[in-house]
Structure formats: C-alpha cells, structure tokens
Design a protein around this ligand. Structure first.
Ligand SMILES: Nc1nc2c(ncn2[C@@H]2O[C@H](COP(=O)(O)OP(=O)(O)OP(=O)(O)O)[C@@H](O)[C@H]2O)c(=O)[nH]1
Ligand SMILES: [Mg+2]
Length: 323
C-alpha cells in the first residue's frame, strides 16, 4: 500500500469527510488497494447502527431520511447517508431531487451524503454498497441511512446488509394485499405508512395493522408507524421504534447473528463476483470458449448445455483460478 493511501485511510478513520469520500471512490472503482484498505479498517467496524429505507418510488423515502437526519443531528449523532439511485429511465433525476430535499444537511459536517448508482440491477443495492457502509462505519458515523427504491425484488439485499429495515408505503402505493405479495413483509422490521395526510390513509393503515396481527409472534413485534414526512409528523415516534428495534436486536443476540450473516453474504458475493469476472475474461480470450457464446446467440445450442460443456471443457481445466 502506498504511503499516500495509508495517510488517506488514517484521516478517514479520524472522521475526515473529504478523505472518506476519496476512499469511497477507490472502492467504487475497484482499486487494487481495496483489500488493503479493508484490512486497515477492519478493527474499527461494527459500531454504527445501519438502517435500510426501502419502498416504491416516490413514497417519501428521501423526505423521511431528511427528517430523521435532522432529529439525529439534534441528539448530536453523526449521520452517514447512502442514496442509491436506481438510474432507471422512470426515476431519472432522483439524485437531483434528493439534493434539493436534503439541502439543509449538505453544509453540515456531521452529515455525510453519498449517492450510488445500481449499475443496471433492478433496485437492490450495488455490489460495492456493503463496502461503502463499512467505510462510513469505520469513519465514525453513529447512524447510517441507506435509501433504496424497492418494488419487491432485490430487497433481500438490504436486509442482508443493514440492521434495521424500514419499509415505506403510502396510501397511493397500491393496496395492502399487494404489499404482502411483493414480499415486503418478509424484509421489514418497521412499517411506515407515509403521506398519512392523503385520503384513504386510515384504511390503509388499518389493513396493514390487521395483516401484521396474522403473523406468528416472534422476538420482535413489527410495528406500523404513520408519518407525514413533509409536515414532520410522526418522525419522533418512528425514531423511537427504530431505537427500540436496535435495543431488541442487541438484547436478543439477533444483532450478532445478523452481522454474521452480513459477513457471510459479503464473502460469498465477493467470491462470486471475482470468479465470474475471471471466468468471463477467460471465455472472452479463448476462441474455443468464445465460440459457445456465438452458438448460444445464434440459438444453435441452449444455454444450459453450453454452460455444461464449457465447464467440462479441457480449456477450463487449466489453472484459470490462479490467473
Ligand atoms: N402529501 C405528502 N407528500 C409527501 C409526504 N412525504 C413526501 N411527500 C412528497 O412526495 C414526493 C416524493 O418524495 P421523496 O422523498 O422524493 O420520495 P422518494 O421515495 O425518496 O422518491 P424516489 O427516491 O424517487 O423513489 C415529494 O414531492 C415529497 O414532497 C407526505 O407525508 N405527504
Ligand atoms: Mg428518494
């Protein structure tokens, strides 16, 4: 590791936001220094409470993040925010919108805001998100808020990478049964019905409550909180629920289990990514293997048989793993 990068990481560990920003860029660009950086920060991890905020487009996630941040700042907490921009044609411009909504925090050194692109995957988190969460944690943020757009797929991701998941809905976001079908009940720790000023909000709230009562009792009784983010209504109650979830996680030794799962997933996904990259590179370089892609493209062979044949191929039995 170069002395410059070492210095950069040290400054980041001291809580310096510009260095933090530069280290995040190194990680996002998959710099060859990443393993060393991660090794250096490892002893400083696990202190932050990481909160995932997900829900359909436009339900008020960023507005809620903004209000929660204001509340946490009043308590003197240092806040890190990761806003994942789905870079989809439907929600293009989200980053600009977020900048406007979170404007009051951009000048506050106690708040660090970073936008990330999902790079094509539908919703969910970009692959480097868990490393960025770690960097914010190591840099001394007390709370990390991760906003992602979720419509049913890809949210398992957020559950595997955060401690407390808020699923935000609004009375306009379809009926409660649809929500249940979309699997949002499986990943939520706290339900939020935002835009409670909308007509129909009371019914929607009651439907969600009724469905929650059908669930098996467990160590955590999932609450549903009504908010009007734009009017700063219900934010304190939401924050109370977030805190009691974190407390319950710690008391029930769920936190260590969850963090174990996070580390395991992180490892498997990293391995998966690296293996795939190497394999695809090899296939690109090797004419014979490349040939399979052409044949699959033309429909001459089905993808399953082609994959099987490639994996059995002698060209693969070289030590491609160690390249
Ligand atoms: N009526 C009403 N409008 C709200 C409320 N909360 C947020 N909004 C408005 O809803 C719109 C979307 O809010 P955002 O906070 O950008 O929603 P989002 O979920 O972050 O949106 P994406 O990131 O694009 O998915 C904005 O115009 C907000 O002002 C609320 O409680 N009531
Ligand atoms: Mg948003």
């Amino acid at each position: 590791m170069t002395p410059e990068i070492m210095r950069l990481v040290e400054q980041m560990l001291e809580g310096e936001n510009v260095s933090l920003s530069r280290v995040i860029s190194l990680v996002e660009n998959e710099s060859s220094q990443v393993p060393e950086i991660m090794k250096l920060i490892a002893p400083h991890l696990g202190k932050a409470h990481c909160i995932g905020i997900t829900g359909p487009p436009g339900v008020g996630k960023s507005t809620l993040v903004d209000k929660l941040t204001a509340l946490m700042r009043k308590q003197g907490l240092k806040v890190g925010i990761i806003a994942v921009d789905p870079s989809s044609p439907f929600t293009g411009g989200a980053v600009l919108g977020d900048r406007i909504r979170m404007q009051q925090h951009y000048l506050d050194p106690g708040v660090f805001i970073r936008s990330m692109a999902t790079r094509g995957s539908m919703g969910g988190l970009p692959q480097t998100a868990s490393s960025v969460i770690k960097l914010l944690d190591a840099a001394g943020k007390d709370t990390i808020l991760v906003e992602t757009v979720g419509v049913g797929q890809g949210e398992v991701d957020i559950m595997e990478r955060t401690d407390t998941v808020l699923v935000i809905l609004s009375p306009e976001s379809g009926d409660a049964i649809q929500t249940m079908k979309a699997g949002l009940f499986e990943i939520a720790d706290i339900f939020v019905v935002n835009k409670s000023d909308h007509p129909g909000a009371d019914n929607f709230f009651r439907d969600i409550q009724a469905m929650l009562q059908l669930r098996k009792p467990s160590w955590w009784n999932m609450p549903v909180v009504a908010t009007e983010a734009v009017n700063d209504v219900g934010i304190e109650e939401l924050y109370r629920q977030i805190q009691s979830h974190y407390q319950a996680l710690s008391e029930e030794s769920q936190l260590s289990q969850r963090r174990q799962l996070q580390r395991k997933q992180d490892f498997i996904k990293t391995l998966e990514r690296k293996l795939t990259q190497r394999l695809l590179m090899l296939i690109e370089q090797d004419g014979q293997l490349r040939n399979y892609i052409d044949r699959v493209e033309k429909g001459e062979i089905d993808p399953y048989s082609a994959a099987d044949e490639i994996l059995k191929s002698e060209n693969l039995s070289t030590d491609w793993l160690h390249q």
